[in-house]
Design a protein around this ligand. Structure first.
Ligand SMILES: [Zn+2]
Length: 271
């Protein structure tokens, strides 16, 4: 039986004879049903038209994304360390070449995902590498393919490996999570932000409840994100796509961006 994947959000559902009636992720206001209507694919079908590409962002950090772009088109990050590798966020497509390459890079010890839009084919990735998947318990209801490999963590922080820690920021989703890599950027620290802290075109950041539907995030949620990240040291911010990266000065960009955002939603512009 196939495991159907939504072509709009990239979420994979449990094995079934017929495609699901609808995609629960896309029917919710933070996503959308494609204008042409709900449609589905499978890993087997995608293998005819797509492949995964790899790109080193800095020593010990390799991006993995699907070509041509599929669904939301995020790329995952493979963080490599002596204590094990972490896959941050996830993508829908995985094939034999991907498994072979990632195994030779040291495999995957743990998978952690920022929010439900990137749950994608996480169960396939987990099974391929025997890796548990760390998801914040506040987003438990959005797991559409339940599996024993999913570990729901609670509270505000979760250490994955030495120097690799998850922080719950909330915001876009109640369990919205970022990853802090203390050894990133040669010891300055790096922030993996998913869509929770969104890297913009001007290499600053912003925050939304719904990105495709342009629904802004409230001020208290943005301030909470700023408060959670204030104690952390980091230089680059790695956003969710290949080109959404603040390569240096991320800490100052975040501080500036929070003030810019809060001002923008609290008063009319002067120009
Ligand atoms: Zn969907």
């Amino acid at each position: 039986m196939p495991a159907f994947i939504c072509t709009t959000c990239g979420t994979q559902y449990p094995h079934s004879e017929a495609a699901p009636a609808a995609c629960a992720i896309c029917q919710e206001p933070r996503q959308y049903v494609n204008a042409l209507g709900q449609s589905w694919t499978t890993l087997e079908a995608l293998a005819h038209t797509h492949f995964n590409a790899f790109r080193q962002h800095e020593p010990g950090l390799i991006g993995i994304g699907t070509m041509p772009a599929f669904a939301i088109a995020q790329r995952a990050l493979l963080l490599r360390s002596d204590a094990g590798n972490v896959l941050w966020d996830c993508i829908s497509f995985i094939d034999d070449a991907t498994v072979e390459i990632v195994r030779r890079l040291g495999g995957i010890s743990a998978i952690a995902i920022s929010h439900p839009h990137y749950y994608s084919s996480m169960i396939e990735w987990s099974h391929a590498f025997g890796a548990p998947i760390y998801l914040h318990a506040a987003d438990r209801r959005w797991v559409v393919r339940p599996d024993p490999s999913v570990v729901f963590w609670e509270g505000e922080t979760r250490a994955l490996l030495p120097g690799v820690t998850l922080y719950r920021c909330g915001g876009h989703f109640a369990g919205g999570t970022v990853l802090h890599w203390a050894n990133g950027a040669s010891g300055k620290g790096a922030l993996f932000s998913g869509d929770i802290v969104q890297v913009g075109m001007d290499r600053n950041v912003s925050f939304m409840r719904s990105y495709p539907d342009l629904i802004p995030l409230d001020a208290s949620s943005v301030q909470h994100i700023a408060d959670v990240l204030a104690p952390l040291s980091f230089d680059p911010i790695y956003g969710a796509w290949w080109d959404r990266i603040i390569t240096t000065g991320g800490k100052a960009a975040l501080s500036y961006s929070v003030q810019r955002y809060l001002a923008a939603i609290s008063r009319p512009p002067v120009d």
